[in-house]
Design a protein around this ligand. Structure first.
Ligand code: ZN
Length: 223
């Protein structure tokens, strides 16, 4: 099961909470239409927009897509196209079907493709914080090994020593996603004890230690 992502169509309480994370930065909050091009590649907005500019002129504008899923809200680094007439259009594939407009935080900062999402746990569930932490661990590795590559994020190639660790992280992400969607309060391990009193963040901590150990053992540098 996957989260059912949507882009908020109004300024909800979760949107306000997310915008707090952008305090002190310059940005413009806009709602723009999504019109995917036939050549658009998923998760590759920068190249999609550059291709569009070659075909139809206009320019690239940088910012963050806003997605909610009723469990948490997140901002994902993104680029959109500004037409020669000054119209803003998202020409990339949205994170969920049926989304035809996007709430976009336009900051015009080009900080590359390996920028971690900004996530906001407005339900204040510990399992959701732990889910975020697993992504943070994965991001350290993605940023480290993907930094010098022009490949899209999903194609980062890790050294083989890390394969098991990365696999564990991805399966933890899937387990936590299922668990969060299920709404079950008992622990993710299947015990009848509340998550907070049972595994809590122990699973995540153990994985973090495991990855650290591999990095140290193989002399792989962590940023
Ligand atoms: Zn447990």
């Amino acid at each position: 099961m996957f989260f059912n992502y949507y882009s908020p169509t109004e300024i909800t309480e979760p949107v306000l909470q997310l915008l707090k994370r952008f305090e002190g930065r310059q940005y413009e909050l806009i709602t723009i239409p999504i019109k995917t091009e036939s050549f658009s590649v998923p998760s590759d907005c920068y190249n999609n927009v550059n291709k569009k500019i070659q075909l139809s002129k206009g320019k690239i504008r940088y910012g963050w897509s806003v997605y909610d899923n009723d469990y948490f809200i997140e901002a994902e680094k993104h680029a959109i196209w500004e037409s020669p007439d000054g119209e803003y259009i998202d020409i990339s594939c949205p994170n969920s079907e049926n989304i035809n407009q996007l709430l976009f935080i336009m900051d015009d900062v080009d900080d590359g493709i390996y920028v971690p999402n900004i996530r906001c746990n407005y339900r204040k569930q510990q399992a959701i914080d732990d889910y975020f932490m697993i992504f943070e661990i994965l991001n350290v590795l993605i940023i480290h090994y993907g930094r010098d590559s022009k490949e899209i994020k999903d194609l980062v190639i890790f050294p083989h020593e890390l394969n098991d660790g990365v696999k564990t992280l991805y399966s933890l992400i899937a387990d936590y996603r299922e668990y969060i969607i299920s709404g079950i309060r008992n622990c993710i391990c299947g015990s009848s004890i509340l998550y907070e009193n049972c595994h809590g963040s122990k699973t995540v901590q153990r994985t973090l230690n495991y990855i650290d150990e591999i990095i140290k053992k193989n002399n792989l540098k962590k940023n």
